[in-house]
Design a protein around this ligand. Structure first.
Ligand code: UD1
Length: 320
C-alpha cells in the first residue's frame, strides 16, 4: 500500500484522484487552501484520508505534507486562462512558486515520484494539429506560461536532483464535480448547468473553436499509470493527456441540447482574450510509454457529466 499526497485535493480533479486512490486501498494525504477547491468535494471521503488545509506557498506546511509520502499528484493551481489575464501575479504565485515549494519539499523528503497537472495551453495557437510533445511550445496567456514554467521545473528537478517527475499535459478535462458557478469555470461545466436550468449559454467566437475535451476518468487513469510506469519510460518527461479527438463548441451545444432538453438558444459574443482556436492531442507517446488508453469517450463522458449535474441542478435564479 503506497502513500500518496494529492495537492488541490478538494478540487475537481484532485478529489476524483482521492476517490480513485482510496477505492483501491491506497493511503491518501491531501492538501488544499480552498481558493478554488470546495469542502463538499471531499464530504464522504474526508474521514478516510489525512486532509490538511494548507497553501503551497507555505514551505513549512509542504515539508510536513511530504513526510513519508511515496507519490505526489500535484493538481493544486488557479486553473483559468482569463483569471490569469486579470491577475498574472496571483497566477504565477499559485501556479509557479507553489510548484517550486512543493518540489523542494518533495526532494528533501525523498518522495519517489511527482506527477504534475501540466496544460495543453503550453502549445498555444500553433496551427499544427494534432499537438505532439516534441513541438515547440508557444504559450499565450500568463496561465499557460505559468503551467509551462512549472513543467520545466519538474524536468529540472529530475535532471538536477534525480527526483522522478512526470508532467501530464491535460486537454480540457471535464466531468462530475467540476465547478460550474464561476465566470472562470470550464465551458462544459458552465453549459451543462446553464442548460439544465433553461438558461441561455454564451459561446465566445463563432462556435467553431474546438477542444480535445477529456473525461475525468481518463485523466485519473493517466495519473495512476504515470506513477506505476518504469522510470526509464517516463521520468523527467512530458505526456499529453487527452482523447485524440476534437469537438467544436457548436457541436457541444447541440449534444447538450439533447442531454438536457434545452429549448436551444445560444448567444454569440466576441472571442475571449488569450483563447486559442483549436486544440487536439496526439496521444501516441502516453499510449506507448504509460500504457494509456481512452477509457471513456466524449459522448459517454458528457452523458455522465449531465447526469451528475442533474443531481445538483437548482431552479433558475438560485445558486447551486
Ligand atoms: C485552457 C486549457 C486547458 C486548461 C484550462 C484551465 C487550452 C487549449 N486549454 O482551457 O488545458 O485546463 O485552460 O482553465 O488552452 N467558452 C465559451 N463560453 C463560456 C466559457 C468558455 O464559449 O461560457 C469558450 C472559451 O472562450 C474557449 C472554450 O470555450 O474558447 C474553452 O474554454 P474553457 O473551458 O475555459 O477552457 P480553455 O481556456 O480552453
Amino acid at each position: 500500500m503506497a502513500k500518496y499526497l494529492v495537492t488541490g485535493a478538494a478540487g475537481f480533479i484532485g478529489s476524483s484522484l482521492v476517490r480513485a486512490l482510496l477505492a483501491r486501498g491506497d493511503q491518501v494525504r491531501g492538501v488544499d487552501n480552498f481558493s478554488t477547491g470546495k469542502r463538499e468535494n471531499l464530504t464522504e471521503v474526508r474521514d478516510k484520508m489525512d486532509f490538511r488545509e494548507a497553501d503551497l506557498l507555505d514551505l513549512e506546511a509542504m515539508h510536513s505534507a511530504c513526510q513519508g509520502v511515496d507519490y505526489i499528484l500535484h493538481q493544486a493551481a488557479i486553473p483559468s486562462v482569463p483569471k490569469s489575464i486579470v491577475d498574472p501575479l496571483g497566477s504565477n504565485g499559485a501556479n509557479v512558486d507553489g510548484t517550486v515549494n512543493l518540489l523542494v519539499a518533495a526532494r528533501n523528503a525523498k518522495v519517489r515520484r511527482v506527477v504534475y497537472a501540466a496544460s495543453s495551453s503550453a502549445y498555444g495557437d500553433t496551427p499544427t494539429l494534432p499537438k505532439h510533445e516534441a513541438m515547440p511550445t508557444s504559450p499565450i496567456s500568463p496561465y499557460a506560461v505559468a503551467k509551462l514554467a512549472s513543467e520545466l521545473y519538474m524536468t529540472s528537478f529530475y535532471r538536477c536532483y534525480g527526483l522522478e517527475t512526470v508532467s501530464l499535459r491535460y486537454f480540457n478535462i471535464f466531468g462530475p464535480r467540476q465547478d460550474p458557478s464561476s465566470p472562470y469555470s470550464g465551458v462544459l461545466a458552465k453549459f451543462s448547468m446553464q442548460m439544465l436550468r433553461g438558461e441561455q449559454p454564451t459561446i465566445f467566437g463563432d462556435g467553431e473553436t474546438s477542444r480535445d475535451f477529456t473525461f475525468i476518468d481518463n485523466a485519473v487513469s493517466a495519473n495512476l499509470l504515470a506513477c506505476a510506469a518504469p522510470a526509464a519510460e517516463c521520468a523527467g518527461r512530458v505526456f499529453n493527456c487527452a482523447t485524440g479527438r476534437r469537438v467544436t463548441l457548436n457541436q457541444t451545444f447541440e449534444a447538450l441540447k439533447k442531454l438536457t432538453g434545452h429549448p436551444g438558444l445560444v448567444k454569440y459574443e466576441p472571442e475571449r482574450g488569450g483563447d486559442i482556436k483549436h486544440s487536439l492531442a496526439d496521444i501516441t507517446l502516453a499510449q506507448k510509454h504509460l500504457g494509456y488508453k481512452v477509457l471513456v469517450n466524449f459522448e459517454e463522458g458528457l452523458r455522465r457529466t449531465v447526469d451528475w449535474y442533474k443531481t445538483q441542478a437548482q431552479p433558475a435564479g438560485m445558486q447551486p
